[in-house]
Design a protein around this ligand. Structure first.
Ligand code: CP
Ligand code: NVA
Length: 306
C-alpha cells in the first residue's frame, strides 16, 4: 500500500491489514498509550471543505503516534486554483512525510497521489470516503463480532459514503443492500466494478427503491445526509425526494431486533434520521465517530511508519 485514496485499489488482505492494525493500536491506546512510531513525522492536512471528525481525528491520531499534523485550509492552498495540483504535491513532498486531503474532485486526489513523493490519504472526495468506511467496518466488527452472515443496508443517497461501503462490503464478502430513490442510486459503472469483487467473495449486492424491503432482516442500517457538500444548489429538490428514506423508529422496527444504526455524521437531524433513533438504543453513531481516530491511526501506521 503506497497511498490510501480508493478502496477499489485495495485487496481484501490490505483492508484486513488496516482493520487489524487499527484494532491493535486501539487496544494499545486504551491500555495506556501508543508507541511513538511516527516520531518526527509530519502530516499535511489539505482541506477544500469543512470538517470536524476528519480534521480532529487525523490531528489527534498523529499526536498519539508521536508525530505532528498541519492544518491547511482552503484559503491557504487554493488547490487547483492558486496553484496546480501537481505543484502542490511536489512542494508538500519536500516538507512533510504524508498528505491527507479532502477535495471536491476525486481527480485532484489522484493527481496528488501521482505527483507526491509521500503517501496520500483520501479524507473525502466526491467519489468516495475510504477512511470513513474503515472506521465503519471497525465499528461493525466491534458490535457484531464478525462479518459472517451480516446484512448491511444503506438507506438514502448513493453518494461517496455509500460507494465506499459498497466496495468494502463486496471485497470482504458482506451482503450489502442500498435503498435509494430512482436517480440517486450508486452509478451503474461503480456497481459493475463492485459486482466483480462480489462474484469472487460471494457477497450479495442489492439495489432497491423500497426502504422497508431493504431494511427487512438488516443487522446494520446506515444513512448519510441527503445533500452532500458541493451539492447545496440541489437541497430543495432533494428535500422533496428523500423523506420516505428517513431512518425513524418505524423503519428500524423492520430490521433485526439487535440492529445497529450508523451515520457518518454530520447528521441533519429531523431529515435523514430522527432524534429518537440517533439517540436511541440502536444508535452506534458516537462509537462510530470515535473509530475514525483508531482506523486512521491504522492507516497512518501502515503508510508512514519507517
Ligand atoms: N464523517 C466525516 O467525515 O465528518 P467530517 O466532515 O466532520 O470530517
Ligand atoms: N456525503 C457527505 C459526507 C460528509 C462526511 C458529504 O460528502 O458531504
Amino acid at each position: 500500500m503506497k497511498h490510501f485514496i480508493s478502496l477499489v485499489d485495495l485487496s481484501a488482505e490490505e483492508i484486513w491489514q488496516v482493520l487489524n492494525k487499527a484494532i491493535a493500536l486501539k487496544e494499545e491506546w486504551k491500555a495506556g498509550g501508543n508507541k511513538p512510531i511516527l516520531e518526527g513525522k509530519v502530516l499535511a492536512m489539505v482541506f477544500q471543505k469543512p470538517s470536524l471528525r476528519t480534521r480532529v481525528s487525523f490531528d489527534v491520531g498523529m499526536l498519539h503516534l508521536g508525530g505532528h499534523a498541519l492544518y491547511l485550509s482552503p484559503n491557504e492552498i487554493g488547490l487547483g486554483g492558486r496553484e496546480s495540483v501537481p505543484d502542490v504535491a511536489h512542494v508538500l513532498s519536500g516538507y512533510v512525510n504524508g498528505i491527507m486531503a479532502r477535495t471536491f474532485s476525486h481527480d485532484h486526489m489522484v493527481q496528488l497521489a501521482e505527483n507526491a513523493g509521500v503517501p496520500v490519504i483520501n479524507g473525502l472526495s466526491d467519489f468516495n470516503h475510504p477512511c470513513q468506511a474503515m472506521g465503519d467496518f471497525l465499528t461493525i466488527i466491534e458490535h457484531k463480532g464478525s462479518f459472517d452472515g451480516l446484512k448491511l443496508t444503506y438507506v438514502g443517497d448513493g453518494n461517496n459514503v455509500a460507494r465506499s461501503l459498497m466496495f468494502v462490503a463486496a471485497k470482504l464478502g458482506v451482503d450489502f443492500t442500498v435503498a435509494a430513490p430512482a436517480g440517486y442510486q450508486i452509478e451503474e459503472k461503480y456497481v459493475a466494478t463492485a459486482q466483480k469483487f462480489a462474484a469472487e467473495t460471494g457477497a450479495t449486492l442489492r439495489f432497491l427503491e423500497d426502504p422497508l424491503q431493504a431494511v427487512s432482516g438488516a443487522d446494520v442500517i446506515y444513512t448519510d445526509v441527503w445533500t452532500s457538500m458541493g451539492q447545496e444548489a440541489e437541497t430543495q429538490k432533494r428535500l422533496q425526494v428523500f423523506p420516505p428514506y428517513q431512518i425513524n423508529d418505524a423503519l428500524v422496527s423492520r430490521a433485526k431486533p439487535d440492529v445497529i444504526v450508523m451515520h457518518c455524521l454530520p447528521a441533519h437531524r429531523g431529515e435523514e434520521i430522527t432524534d429518537a433513533v440517533a439517540d436511541g438504543p440502536h444508535s452506534a453513531l458516537f462509537p462510530q465517530a470515535e473509530n475514525r481516530l483508531h482506523a486512521q491511526k491504522g492507516i497512518l501506521a501502515l503508510l508512514m511508519a519507517a
